[in-house]
Every structure is written in C-alpha cells, then in structure tokens.
Write a protein that binds this ligand. Structure first.
Ligand SMILES: [Fe+2]
Ligand SMILES: [Fe+2]
Length: 165
C-alpha cells in the first residue's frame, strides 16, 4: 500500500500539470475540459486532506495547530476562487481572473504544505500509519468519485482545529 504523503505529492504534481495545460489550450472547449477536471480534483483533494491528513497533524504535529489553520484557510481561498470561476463564461476575463487566483493560491499553498505540514507529519507518522492513511485516502476517492456526497464549503479554520485537536 502506498504512503499517503506519496499520494498527496502525486496530486500536487497533477495540479501543476493541469494549470500548465491551461496555458496551451486552444479554445473554450479545451479550457473547459481541463478546468472542470482540475477544479474537481482540487476540491476533492482539499476535502480528503481535511478528513484524513489534518486531523492527525493537528494532534501530533510539532506546530500542527498553526499549520492546520494555515492549510484550511488556504483551502478556503482555493475553493472560493474555483466557485468564482463557475460564475463566468469559460475564457472570459473574469473567468481567467478567478482561475489565476486559484493557481496563485494553490502554488503558494503547495509550497507550504510540502515544506512545513508534510515534513511535520513525516516526523510523527510511522510506515504503518502512513500506509493506513494511504488506504483511507484511496477509499475516500472511491466513495466520493466525481465529488459524490461532498459539499465544497469553506470551513472556519479555528473551528476546525477546535473540533479535531
Ligand atoms: Fe495538498
Ligand atoms: Fe492542502
């Protein structure tokens, strides 16, 4: 079974490729095809982290509470930008502005997660736990295929930490 951190990093690589692919899209159909899949993946990924990764990190990390507050706040910004993009015609100026906001927020967030949250998690999670959470990660994606039964709403970062610590 794969380690949860490897699966998270694979998703991050897919996000970077997805945003880069938008640069080369030739028309609205291509933009829509790329963005619909990427936006859904971004939303499901944030939910999966909030369900599986951060509840562990908030309790066991050296700086887990602060990292979790940051991460949930970043996820909110990405969710908001994705929701904003859906209010505008694909390829319009407003659509591009929202997509670029999602891209910038996401790039910043991935760096923080990869350089702070994940290293902290690795210090406290052994191979067995990482594999167990990897299993839960896959199960989550299966249960919520295409976002089924998920609502992509913002969460209060402080409230999330209080609930999970
Ligand atoms: Fe992530
Ligand atoms: Fe994240």
């Amino acid at each position: 079974m794969d380690d949860i951190t490897a699966m998270i990093m694979d998703d991050h690589a897919a996000f970077r490729r997805g945003f880069a692919r938008l640069d080369d899209a030739r028309d609205e159909q291509e933009l829509l095809g790329i963005w619909e899949a990427l936006a859904l993946h971004l939303d499901i990924h944030a939910e999966a982290e909030e369900a599986i990764l951060y509840p562990h990190l908030v309790r066991h990390g050296d700086d887990g509470e602060a990292e979790t507050v940051d991460a949930v706040g970043d996820h909110n910004k990405i969710r908001d930008a994705i929701a904003e993009s859906k209010l505008h015609p694909v390829g319009s100026d407003q659509w591009w502005a929202a997509v670029w906001r999602a891209r910038r927020e996401n790039s910043e967030h991935l760096a923080e997660e990869e350089d702070e949250a994940l290293p902290d998690f690795r210090r406290h999670a052994g191979a067995e736990l990482r594999a167990e959470l990897g299993h839960r990660w896959l199960t989550f994606y299966g249960e919520h295929k295409n976002g089924r039964n998920l609502v992509f709403h913002d969460k209060d970062p402080q409230g999330y930490v209080r609930e999970h610590r």
